[in-house]
Write a protein that binds this ligand. Sequence first.
Ligand code: ADP
Ligand code: MG
Length: 292
Amino acid sequence: ATPMSIMVGTGKGASNGILIKSAEALETFEKVDVVVVDKTGTLTEGRPKLALVEPQSPFTESELLTLAASVEKGSEHPLAAAIVEGAKDRGAQIKTASAFNSITGEGVEATIDDRKIALGNRKMMIRVGADDERFSSLAETYRREGQTVMFVAVDGKHAGLIGVADPIKETTPDAIEALHASGVKVVMLTGDSRATAKAVGAKIGIDEIHADVSPEDKNRIVRELQTSGAKVAMAGDGINDAPALAQADVGIAMGTGTDVAMESAGITLVKGDLRGVAKARRLSQATMRNIR
Ligand code: ADP
Ligand code: MG
């Protein structure tokens, strides 16, 4: 494309909240036929709210909340903010945690009052030796409602379930509809569980769902789609999305997300409005049409 037409396209994007960092993204987008989207923070608001606290005896609800929130204070994950805020709202005490450790796509751990606390998904529980079939199936029932359910373990033993609900962004259904109308396939990738992913995906008509995926899996799935002949755009907001954003033919970051995601993407949707994806594709078509 000529520098002039790229400038015009970039300017139009900017006035629509679509920041186009690379000319290549604008040139390539018209050929995109698969859009891969992350769930948390991309399809959903990413500002989840605490919705479930289910302690396992001898722990009480307020003890479970104290432990969970005290560990999550060290995390920047949207799930962490939900747990800390929810715990404060319910009057739970927050304690000092040491030896904090975060495992991307799995959860967090720390030491509180000489006890080792772990909080996260099933992979995290397997890691600390607290995986238990009974509680996994209990978690599944809440997940089918669309909640993200996490396990809390204390010294390698199950201590309770914490669930958060993350509403779908108001603009998401229109965004998916616009992509479908232009013949684009929409694939969801999430580190969240299958049951939660299915509940969310069914509400908005996602074509293909990959759940329980690690950050490396996200990257691999994008690569596999490319190998099968698709031109792939990937939209995401998190550190865990960065490798896949870089791998995609067009990477799209949510401006409401992490800096790492924005650095890895050619396009940023300033307000995190996913309708910008279909708009950016149309902008690319118009730009390339002008040049031919
Ligand atoms: P997504 O791909 O949907 O943005 P992530 O890959 O960030 O989700 O997280 C995947 C899963 O890992 C979460 O659903 C949660 O179960 C667990 N997890 C990640 N970070 C945390 C955390 N700070 N606290 C508790 N659980 C976490
Ligand atoms: Mg995310």
